[in-house]
Design a protein around this ligand. Structure first.
Ligand code: HAM
Length: 423
């Protein structure tokens, strides 16, 4: 394998045994979103670099060091999308979606790219599903977004969840708070971790997010954003909390929650699970009322979240014991003579009854074909061309109880269509 070309670090193949769970989960997400009145939006996998610089922010880790950026042949700087909110907002403005309806409920399942250090639950290409609700500045819209994020996990049977919420207030409240935070931290500068020392100038709020023990010791006495919120910020945040209580969604106010993207204002949230290791954030989001205007659209309030599908899969894989590839019927030909008859039977059963049928294509011995049927968990086999069976008949064998019957080719469809109910 010395000449063998491997995949790129931080990317992963989704192999057949896992892809089944992926498809099932994606299908649950599509249904779930539709149930809440959200429509799918698909945006390109790459955009102009400027879009991300202007939305996520020049001083964030994503823009500073994690984007896959290159200069295209015409000199334009392009970037693989590190998240979807910026692209969705770009598309919303460009396609004047606001004219179609004053509230746009959009969702996506898309690939994102960030050049982070790969580890469990952290990849360089990963998949995000998420929603963007564009048009309402009312707390019920915030609550709806948190509800969607939370209920999907609940529906999938994940109970070890912690919903953290915070309000980072309006731009003015935040500016005052950042001032106070800086004043508080400057005397401790030399005691902070190197990364936090850098952030003291570039992005002081992110220091609150630090995992360093030294930093945490200092931060615990820092001023709290909650003391800097104005009346409107406070009453919105309270109203969201009241709605979450009505919806029976447990939550915790975490005043150190800041999020790593610049476009937020007001309510922000994250849902954490402690069962997936260090990368414990299952999803995150919040309000971004200024972004649409900032990217050249009419001032329009918005709120959304995105969730890592790989992190969700880590949990679902430990819960799922049903990853075996299973088929309804495996068709066995006793000899090459019966191949055409076998494939015709398979074709009819799939087309007329919509059931999952596999035809043997390796021309193996009867014994090996039987072993294969067992291995892939076939519920039935149809044996075509068995000795001692009339030429127009086949054997239908129930693999669960071992019983078998002879049936004419015409009766097969009736047998599976009427007598057997498929999952
Ligand atoms: P984010 O917190 O950067 O927010 O990402 C959201 C989620 O994507 C994370 O909670 C995590 O589950 C997953 N994720 C992020 N980076 C990686 C990675 N390297 N590998 C695997 N999973 C990852 C956003 O992207 C915002 N656009 C969310 C949003 C939507 N805010 C408003 N609307």
């Amino acid at each position: 394998m010395s000449n063998f070309i491997r995949n790129i670090k931080g990317t992963k193949d989704i192999l057949p045994l896992d892809s089944r769970l992926w498809l099932e989960t994606e299908s649950i997400i599509h249904n779930f979103m539709s149930l809440h009145g959200y429509d799918l939006i698909r945006t390109p996998v790459f955009e102009k670099t400027e879009l991300f610089n202007r939305s996520i922010g020049e001083n964030t880790d994503i823009v500073n060091k994690e984007m896959y950026t290159w200069i295209d042949r015409d000199g334009t700087s392009l970037t693989l999308s590190p998240e979807s909110t910026a692209s969705v907002v770009r598309s919303y403005i460009q396609n004047q979606l606001g004219n179609l309806s004053p509230i746009q409920r959009l969702y996506y399942i898309d690939s994102s790219f960030r050049r982070e250090r790969p580890q469990k639950g952290r990849q360089r290409q990963f998949t995000q599903y998420g929603v963007e609700a564009i048009g309402s500045n009312h707390p019920e819209q915030d609550a709806e977004v948190i509800l969607i994020a939370f209920r999907i996990y609940q529906m999938l049977g994940i109970d070890d969840l912690e919903v953290n919420i915070n309000s980072i207030g309006s731009q003015e409240s935040r500016a005052k708070y950042i001032d106070a935070l800086k004043k508080f931290l400057i005397p401790y500068k030399s005691k902070l971790s190197t990364i936090s020392q850098d952030r003291l100038e570039s992005n002081p709020l992110r220091i609150l997010d630090s995992k360093s023990k030294k930093d945490l010791e200092i931060i615990k006495d820092a001023p709290s954003i909650s003391d800097y919120l104005n009346q409107e910020d406070k009453s919105n945040f309270n109203a969201i909390q009241e709605l979450l209580k009505v919806l029976d969604i447990p939550f915790k106010i975490n005043t150190n929650l800041v999020r790593g993207l610049d476009y937020y204002n007001g309510m922000i949230f994250e849902i954490i699970s402690n069962s997936i290791g260090a990368q414990s954030a299952l999803c995150g989001g919040g309000r971004y009322d200024k972004l649409i205007e900032q990217l050249g659209g009419k001032p329009t309030p918005a709120v959304g979240f995105a969730a890592g599908l790989e992190r969700l899969m880590l949990i679902l894989k430990t819960q799922s014991d049903n990853l075996v590839h299973s088929v309804d019927i495996y068709i066995i030909s006793s000899s090459d003579k019966f191949i055409s008859k076998s494939i015709a039977i398979g074709d009819t059963l799939r087309n007329r009854l919509g059931i999952k049928v596999i035809n043997e294509t390796l021309r193996r011995s009867m014994r090996s074909q039987m072993r294969e049927a067992n291995k892939i968990n076939a519920q039935f086999v149809i044996i075509v061309g068995q000795e001692d069976v009339a030429t127009d008949e086949v054997i239908i064998k129930n693999m669960k109880d071992g019983s078998q019957i002879n049936a004419s080719v015409d009766e097969i469809e009736n047998y599976f269509g009427v007598d057997y109910e498929y999952k």
